[in-house]
Ligand binder design. Structure first.
Ligand SMILES: Nc1ncnc2c1ncn2[C@@H]1O[C@H](COP(=O)(O)OP(=O)(O)OP(=O)(O)O)[C@@H](O)[C@H]1O
Ligand SMILES: [Mg+2]
Length: 458
């Protein structure tokens, strides 16, 4: 153990010890009173223990409820609302709607005696008010702070003692005593640490907006993601009005959940029937389009996979995947080639998941394979059919977990047929009106599901 690791800090007002430096004393509420104390280290003598070991059962807990927003989709991704004293980072591309989400979330909390402090380092109060008016927000008990100096921000938070604090964004604030310009690695880290200390000591949740860099990672040090309790990522296609909120890290809940919103003129609106969003108009049978049911956390979602194959004109065939992993696509093409006899070696293959969703579940494999085969052979699958199943390298169709929930969602959306792995199909209780056909191999699935006469190609 190095000598430095024994350095602790003590509040000169009330004598509270802390292993870390704190800007604000949680006991006597004074500011900037922590000073470095080196425990007496007599050569050979035992070190002074500032924090005695505690038996877990002796740790006192307070049963504080989570702060629940009016936006249920946001609550869902957070795992049921914000835990008191937690730090939640919401990141996303420029203009995706972070400030809109934060302002809507804030105004749902503000009022009835609960104050919210909204710190904006990017926009003037006038601009924020304009957005608030557009969103139809009243703004009572919602305090705007246009400030970038972290010390001043902490003082505002201390004075107002809100139920929720919002920092928009972490890249615009700075601590005067730390080196670097706002947004630099050291500033982002130091500002986040000081917010974390305040949030934990005051037991107040803090929402932070964060920018992402060109390559899509969160701007600032990776350590930012380690410091905060929850990292949510807001994503969406540039031309689509739908926005997905996805958990990347959550110390208090699952990261599998997604929240789905639609960006409208009057703000983000929760999507009540998300399965409809990810299906195109499919009353007519069309080639290259197959629907599957994926599970996003606890929620089943119907997703439409579209494929297009065309003869490669020059050079190597191209494989393009949008919404699924490219390696998964390459695997499925190889299995179609080798195990189902589809000669795709001279075919470009393009796959797209409708609605801008990204799905990584192997249960989608069969739908992807069927859509490719459908486009390649100019045959179609019935519009009321969904395909479920993971494909193995031998061309076998492997079981899928939680079949009942997927089938129930499909039945709710009007689907009447399902091609599924034989193992899962035999012991599943299908919803009434739903016919489940079990298949053991990809070849069997293709011959059973594809309809229409095969036309001469190309
Ligand atoms: N009148 C409007 N009608 C519909 N959508 C609008 C309107 N005004 C703004 N928007 C949507 O709001 C988005 C901007 O939202 P917002 O400012 O919350 O994004 P942001 O993620 O905070 O951006 P930044 O990275 O610049 O902080 C626009 O891209 C647009 O999609
Ligand atoms: Mg913004």
């Amino acid at each position: 153990m190095s000598k430095n690791s024994r350095i602790a800090y003590t509040c000169r007002e009330c004598g509270k010890h802390s292993p870390k430096w704190l800007g604000h004393c949680p006991d006597c509420q004074s500011w900037n009173t922590f000073e470095e104390t080196k425990p007496s280290t007599k050569r050979g003598g035992p070190p002074v223990l500032l924090n005695p070991a505690l038996e877990l059962s002796m740790v006192e807990t307070e049963d504080k409820p989570r702060l629940a927003f009016r936006l249920h989709e946001l609550n869902r991704v957070l795992g049921g609302g914000m835990v008191p004293g937690s730090l939640v980072l919401i990141s996303g591309d420029p203009g995706i709607g972070k400030s809109t989400l934060l302002l809507q979330a804030s105004s749902g909390i503000a009022g009835k005696g609960s104050k919210v402090v909204y710190v904006s380092g990017e926009e003037s109060p006038y601009q924020t008010k304009l957005r608030g008016d557009r969103l139809g927000l009243k703004g009572h008990d919602l305090y705007l702070v246009t400030e970038t100096n972290m010390d001043a921000i902490l003082q505002h938070l201390q004075d107002l003692s809100p139920a929720l604090a919002v920092i928009d964004s972490i890249q615009t604030v700075y601590l005067p005593e730390s080196p670097g310009a706002p947004g630099s690695v050291s500033q982002v880290r130091e500002c986040t640490v000081s917010l974390m200390q305040w949030a934990k000591s005051a037991s107040i949740p803090v929402l932070i907006a964060g920018h992402v860099t060109k390559d899509g990672s969160i701007a600032g040090p990776k350590v930012l993601e380690h410091i905060v309790d929850v990292v949510l990522y807001m994503e969406g296609e540039s031309l689509s009005t739908y926005r997905l909120l996805r958990g990347m890290k959550n110390r208090f809940g699952s990261t599998n959940e997604i929240g789905i919103f639609e960006m409208r003129g009057d703000g983000l609106v929760e999507v009540e029937n998300p399965s409809l969003v990810f299906l195109s108009q499919r009353s007519q049978p069309s080639t290259g389009s197959v629907v599957s049911a994926t599970l996003e956390g606890t929620r089943p979602l119907l997703v439409e996979v579209q494929a297009l194959t065309s003869t490669t004109n020059f050079g190597l065939p191209r494989r393009t995947a949008s919404g699924i992993d490219l390696n998964r696509l390459l695997l499925i093409i190889a299995v179609l080639n080798k195990r189902a006899g589809l000669s795709l070696a001279n075919q470009d293959v393009i796959i797209n998941v409708v609605g801008g969703l990204r799905v990584n579940e192997p249960a989608m494999d069969l739908a992807i394979a069927l859509s490719i085969a459908s486009s390649f052979s100019d045959r179609y699958v019935e519009p009321d059919l969904i395909a479920l199943g993971e494909i193995g390298l031998n061309g076998e169709v492997r079981p899928v977990p939680q079949m009942e929930r997927r089938l129930a969602e499909a039945a709710r959306q009007g689907f009447r047929r399902c091609v599924a792995p034989a193992n899962s199909a035999s012991d599943v209780r299908a919803p009434s009106g739903m016919e489940v056909t079990g298949v053991t191999s990809l070849r069997e699935a293709l011959s059973g599901a594809l309809r229409g006469r095969q036309q001469s190609k190309h």
